[in-house]
Design a protein around this ligand. Structure first.
Ligand SMILES: [Zn+2]
Length: 248
């Protein structure tokens, strides 16, 4: 959603708010755990071991470089977040906004657009189906199986947060289609509910998982994949004085 980073007053300088702090409630950048790379002329998704951050704001890019390492540069996009930083960090200390984690499931069909949009239990849209049972399987593993066969929706988890070390830089977004993250949502929402309505300190990590299956077609071959992990640390006001000094 490039609109999130668009500053509507760009087109009309007279409409610009006078105070720079108005920026700080905008979504100013996106954390991404992958990118597209060209292979034989085709765009192929590549998963990354460290966070990649995209933004349209050079000040935000500089803040990210300073805190998480990496240099900022342009990348090929028709969206407005034309700057990216390939950071050196797999973990970032974040402050999750109240109600900052949102999960939904969506299925798109060629020519028909969005044909299934639910929370895993009930339809979220269109308006006339809202609240009706969507009949998705209750087990995440079964939902994934259906989605793999193009018979069910895929997850979209959206996290809105600030950086613990630069809360005034603005709000960042991480959107993920990871089933591993969906599996972890139950415990995550339980933790977040303990601090309902408050900002919550957490870490957001790209975790590498490696294992060697003992059975099945890939027996004896090491399997490696990355998954995003969110770990809740506590409510922001319960933070250590050092944390608060940093946030001030
Ligand atoms: Zn559903």
């Amino acid at each position: 959603m490039a609109n999130n980073i668009r500053r509507i007053w760009d087109a009309d300088p007279d409409a610009a708010p006078k105070e720079r702090q108005s920026f700080s409630d905008d979504v100013v950048g996106r954390f991404r755990s992958g990118r597209l790379v060209k292979m034989n002329g085709k765009d192929v998704p590549e998963s990354l071991n460290e966070w990649r951050v995209t933004t349209g704001d050079p000040v935000v890019a500089a803040t990210i470089s300073e805190l998480l390492g990496g240099v900022s540069g342009e990348w090929e996009t028709d969206k407005e977040d034309n700057l990216q930083v390939l950071t050196d960090s797999a973990t970032v200390a974040i402050i999750i906004e109240p109600d900052g984690v949102d999960a939904s499931f969506k299925q798109f069909a060629p020519g028909a657009g969005l044909v299934h949009h639910c929370d895993g239990f009930e339809f979220l849209s269109p308006e006339e189906d809202k609240g009706q049972p969507c009949k998705c399987p209750s087990l995440v593993a079964e939902r994934k199986l259906q989605a793999d066969k193009l018979r069910g929706p895929k997850p979209s988890v959206d996290v809105k947060f600030r950086l613990q070390d630069a809360p005034d830089a603005g709000i960042f977004r991480f959107n993920s289609g990871s089933w591993k993250l969906v599996e972890a949502l139950g415990p995550l929402f339980t933790e977040l509910d303990k601090h309902a309505g408050k900002q919550v300190r957490a870490t957001l990590t790209i975790e590498n998982v490696r294992y060697t299956p003992q059975k099945g077609p890939r027996a004896g071959t090491e399997v490696s994949y990355n998954k995003p992990v969110i770990k809740v640390l506590g409510a922001l006001e319960a933070a250590e004085p050092a944390d608060l000094a940093k946030a001030a």
